[in-house]
Every structure is written in C-alpha cells, then in structure tokens.
Design a protein around this ligand. Sequence first.
Ligand SMILES: [Zn+2]
Length: 425
Amino acid sequence: MLSPTSSRHAAEGLQSEFMVDRLEGFNSGRDRYYAFQLSKPVAVRIHDPAVGADRIFECTCAEFRNTLRPCAHVWWLFDGLHAVRSKDEQGAAAPRPTQIELTAQFSQLFPFIAERQATLPRELNRLGVDVPDPDDELPVPDILNDILASFYDDMIPSEANDDFVNQVSHVSPDDILVEGNLPATIYRLALRDDAFCRRLQQLVPREVRAKRYYETQYLRLQATLQRLNQYAETGPSVGRLPGIPSDLDVPDCARLLRSIVHQMCEDHDARSAVVPLDDAAASQLALILVRLIEEVVHYNKDIYQGAQWNRGQPANEHPRERNLFAYLIGDPPYAYSHDDPLYNARFPSWEIDHFVIDRLQGFPTDQWIHLFEKLTNIKDKIEEFDTREMPTSLQYAGRIDEMLRAYTATVHEPSSSTYQMPRPG
Ligand SMILES: [Zn+2]
C-alpha cells in the first residue's frame, strides 16, 4: 500500500503533463547519471545500480529533497518510461505498472536510457498527446533511403534510391538477402520487418540524419570550389570521369553552388514541415551556409591569374566570368534585371536571389545568432571592396547589416555610461 502522500503524488504525477526539455548524461563511473530536465526548473536523475550507485533516482525539487520519497516528477517519468518500453514490446501501451513492478524494472532502466538517449525526450513528450511523429508522415522507403544515405559521405537520400531500392515494392522472404549488397539487404529487411524498421529509425533519428545530410552537402560545396581551382590552374582535364563535371568555370561553379544551397534549404523545409527540426540541426545548416559566403568572399580575384595553361581569354569577356565573388555577389549578371517580369519568369528565384542571405534571413534568430561575429566579419570585408568593380556588393552587405541590426534591436545591452570602471589600486 502507498501512504496517502505517496498516493497523492503518484496520482499527480500520472495525470500531469510534464515535458522533457533535455536528457543528458553526467559524470562517469559510480557518479554517472542521466538527468531528465523537465520544462520546469526541475530535473529527475537516474543512477546506475549496476555500478553500486547509492541511490537509483532522485529529483531536484524541494519536495523530494525534504522527504526522499518519489515526487510527482519521478512518478511521471517512471510511468512514461514504462509506457515507451511496453510500446516497444507490444506496439501498444500496457496497463500502468504497480510500484513493485516499477522497482523490478529499475535495474534495466539505466541501460535503456543510455541506449535511447537520442529519441527518449521526444517519445516521452508524445505520450498521450496527439503530436504527429515526423517520421510517420514520410513514406517508409524515403526514411530508409535517408537512413542508409547517412552512412555514406558521398550520398544524399535522393541518390540512395537506385542503389538500394531497385524498384522494390513488395519483398518476399526469399528476396531479402541481396548477395554482396549489405545496404540493399538492410533496406529489404526493414521493409519486411516493422520492428526492425522501427529499431533502425530509433538508432538513426531524424536529427542525426539531417546532420549527416548537411555534412555530405558541405563536402560537395567544398569539392565544387576545389574543381574550380583545379580548372583555373591546369585547364580542361584530359580523362574525364563519367557523370562528374570535372571542368567548372566561374559561371558553372556559381550555378552548382546555388543549386546545392537550394537543395539543402528545400530539404530543410521538407524535414521541418511536420515537426520542426531541433535547433542544433538547423544551426548546423546555418553555419554551413555562412561558411560558404565566407569562402566565396575569398574568391574576389581573377582566378586565371598565374594559370599554367593558355586559356585564350575571349576578347569581350566580362570580368565577372573570371571572378566567383563578382558572379555570385558583387556584380551578378542578373543584378539589373530584377524588375523585369520576363526575366523573373525565366529563372527560379534561387538562381537569382541574394546568394544565401535571402535564405538565411528566413531562419529563426536562434538558429543563426551564434554566427553573429562571422556575419559581421563578412559584412566588413565586403564593404571594403571597390564599389566601381563590385556595384552590388554594398547592397549585399546591407542585407547582412539588416539581419544583424534586427537582432541587436531586440536585445537590451547595458550602455557604456552605466558601466563602472574598476578603480585602480
Ligand atoms: Zn520532483
């Protein structure tokens, strides 16, 4: 029997709708614990009984500290963990556990949390609430492509299709094994076996997949710039690789960079359509985009200067054809055509908008503000460029300035007149 106070706490905990803000592991060895920080100034800590921890759980709330008895937060968490585990086992929630059953589960609790750390907060918060699981909204083959592509440095989900799927719509047990092809086998097994598929999704949650996708695209952005450098230095390559544009001049390179940026932003929107991605994944995308501007600013130069080959420069060539910064930012070919409706109808906006900045401005402030100094630095550099050669560079710097100012206006800063200089001596 529970004491009246415990009963009240249990009832309170089981009914209330706490949320987990963050789940994080702390310390090591005997002191190791996981903390579930709730969306209140309260955290429930779970210790590992296997290493001889003095206690198995504790809560930081005053109630627990005074009584050392399970409070509403502890009850809520245990109930939630139990529901998540029984969902795994039978696909539906089991009846609520008694206190004895809960105690029997303690020894398995710690490894369970360790294993599921990435997805547990989301799973707990979704219990009993009708929040769509973003993964439920996507067709399973898309999720599997996303997962499998995340294991490769040079593959994005849309390209995984050919390698893994081969137009498989129905897999019979005999078709699961594809000899010599592990990804295709995993893919077919997951299509065939719901439990395996679910496990795979937990193992590679959407945030991890998004991060891997951004990393792959970042490598491609860098490879694109690298190819421009090679072309500028040594000219057209002799042995071309099929399917890879190895010879990129400035306009080709600019188009490819824009196209990858566009892909990334579209992908980000798609991933966030049902439930927004967490800030860490979005911040990583913002960082990659800003790094790209940073690199492009370094390309304010004639890339063919000092080339080892005779390019045979066309007579009336516009200087921007030799300068990537000019082509993308400082003097783009479409800069004066924006008011021309015919021109706008001919090009999608991502081919002619302000490179990256138009996209970045759509991000919530929290997702790019860690780049404040980077952006300031970029803006300063662009402002130093000669505006006769780069007529639209100031306009571009102005766009960055706009972002920074909009943020600054929302933040209260102590003015310098109220700051007391420390007295000497
Ligand atoms: Zn508590």
